[in-house]
Design a protein around this ligand. Structure first.
Ligand SMILES: Cc1cc2nc3c(=O)[nH]c(=O)nc-3n(C[C@H](O)[C@H](O)[C@H](O)COP(=O)(O)O)c2cc1C
Length: 178
């Protein structure tokens, strides 16, 4: 399959996730184009069989640039097999209230962009104290402590389940008919 992977990221974890998926899909024999949404122009849907779109959650919303990309390309995307990955800390663990909040954020993305993904998956992200400014570090320390999350106050603590992502990529791409 020819697969587009387009992402938005603020601190870099979603980029890392998308690079990981790209490597996995290329190894499985697919051709992949990896794009940051801010570098992407209008999509030529005829160039792809499938697309993975990924964004991360900050203060209960995904990046406006991601919504703009999905909106501008909603028609092209509607003709492709698609997977939406929403990266967050709420996806760490299986708290039903957090999940309900994440589903609302995903629903808001759909409502604002007019693009309905074929499939949506919540992916646990990371705490990246090496990428935060003073204010973000202060807020995130409080959130991490409130949620009993282990963290490295000077570095990155990843919660992403790479094995689960690998399985998702294999299953999603393996089940595609193109
Ligand atoms: C300022 C800030 C606000 C955040 N707000 C939320 C939030 O509302 N809900 C949530 O689940 N995660 C939230 N997160 C966690 C991010 O979604 C997580 O760190 C993710 O890995 C970021 O991905 P990125 O590095 O690709 O931007 C927040 C992180 C930061 C730094």
């Amino acid at each position: 399959m020819r697969i587009l992977i387009a992402y938005a990221t603020t601190e870099g974890q979603t980029r890392k996730i998308c690079r990981f998926l790209s490597d996995r899909l290329v190894d499985a024999g697919h051709s992949v184009e990896l794009l940051h949404v801010e570098d992407a122009g209008p999509l030529d849907a005829a160039r792809f069989d499938a697309a993975i779109l990924a964004a991360s959650v900050h203060a209960w919303h995904v990046q406006p640039a991601f919504i703009a990309f999905a909106k501008a390309n909603a028609t092209a995307l509607a003709g492709l097999r698609t997977l939406y990955l929403q990266v967050s800390l709420g996806a760490v663990g299986n708290d039903p209230e957090e999940r309900a909040d994440l589903d609302k954020i995903a629903a808001e993305m759909v409502e604002k962009s007019g693009w309905t993904p074929g499939r949506t998956a919540h992916v646990a992200g990371a705490l990246r104290f090496d990428a935060y400014d003073f204010l973000k570090a202060w807020v995130m320390r409080r959130i991490a402590r409130d949620h009993d999350m282990p963290f490295d106050p000077k570095g990155t603590t990843e919660f992403t389940d790479w094995a689960a992502l690998e399985a998702l990529a294999d299953e999603w791409a393996g089940g595609a008919t193109g």
